[in-house]
Ligand binder design. Structure first.
Ligand SMILES: NC(=O)c1ccc[n+]([C@@H]2O[C@H](COP(=O)([O-])OP(=O)(O)OC[C@H]3O[C@@H](n4cnc5c(N)ncnc54)[C@H](OP(=O)(O)O)[C@@H]3O)[C@@H](O)[C@H]2O)c1
Length: 272
């Protein structure tokens, strides 16, 4: 595995997403066995960074993740757990309440990273960060971050936060370079902020170009692995693919071992 180290914290370049664990927008307990099997195999394969959110399956994704981790017996300090507060809960007391509920569902007493899931148009970042700063001081969260923030919002978040902004989690893949074009990637790289790439393999719909396939073939890898290897070849970029299929989970982890050449990276850069 390759890692990024930020403010003394080491985080793997490839983590595990949990959207669709336990349902979609709503909890669907008929999916529990499938979801738990997916989480168990991810833990057994060695994933240590898990990304979840209070809205995923209305909190049920957090419950199942907490259950799978508890059953695994893996010490809490060996894992890095990210959750997110919904934009509807960005008022001071709602943030504190949302964080406590996430911790309860996960069965944990701290989060490694807590993100504002989407910016709010009506609640000031100052009010939200009053709560996030307090959660850091109280040790309920170790790091704070944001998601779906542009550069202007990132600058505001940095000004309101008492601790460094750890990450901006945004959509980033071979096909989606919008956060490169809007300057977020270079802003993060210049200011020591991780860019966490969500939907990094385009929700499983990656379109394999001839270039992508030929580079993948040269490494004996799949196009999905090569797309992940390209993302994490970039400084300060980590990725959180999601898969319930143990074969895909193992392939995604193994993507961290692929060493792309400068020429291959240039050719993949040119695919946009
Ligand atoms: N902050 C935000 O607003 C936000 C938004 C979206 C997502 N996220 C986070 O990012 C995570 C990942 O994004 P995502 O779930 O949207 O998309 P993704 O990881 O790009 O794609 C997931 C899909 O790809 C398939 N897949 C995974 N690995 C594969 C492989 N090696 N080969 C072939 N197919 C593969 C999976 O199917 P199988 O199960 O069949 O493998 C699944 O259907 C989410 O789970 C969530 O934690 C955050």
């Amino acid at each position: 595995m390759k890692y990024e180290t930020l403010n003394g914290t080491r985080i793997p370049k490839i983590g595990f997403g949990t959207w669709k664990i336990g349902g979609g927008s709503y909890a669907d307990s008929s999916q529990d066995e499938r979801s738990l099997a997916g989480l168990r195999s991810a833990l057994e394969l060695g994933y240590t960074h898990f990304d979840t959110a209070e809205v995923y399956a209305s909190g049920h994704a957090e419950e199942l993740l907490g259950q799978a981790i508890a059953e695994s017996g893996i010490p809490r300090e060996e894992l890095f757990i990210t959750s997110k507060v919904d934009p509807a809960n960005l008022r001071y007391s709602d943030v504190l309440d949302a964080c406590e509920k996430s911790l309860r569902r996960l069965g944990m007493d701290y989060l490694d990273l807590y993100l504002i899931h989407w910016p709010s148009h009506s609640i000031s970042l100052g009010e939200t960060f009053r709560a996030l700063n307090q959660l850091i001081r109280e040790g309920r969260i170790r790091h704070v971050g944001v998601s779906n923030f542009d550069v202007r919002l990132l600058e505001q978040a940095r000004a309101e936060s008492e601790s460094p902004i750890f990450t901006d989690q945004v959509s980033y893949s071979l096909a989606d370079r919008s956060y490169v074009r809007n300057g977020v990637l270079s802003y993060c790289q210049k200011n020591n902020i991780l860019l966490t790439a969500y939907s990094p393999i385009e929700k499983g719909r990656l379109r394999g170009s001839t270039t992508l396939r030929s580079i993948a073939d040269a490494h004996g890898a799949t196009s999905y692995q090569t797309a992940l290897a390209w993302l994490i070849s970039q400084p300060r970029v980590i990725a959180i693919p999601m898969s319930l299929n143990p074969k895909h989970q193992a392939e995604n982890l193994a993507a961290a071992e692929i060493e792309l050449t400068e020429d291959e990276i240039e050719r993949l850069n040119g695919l946009a």
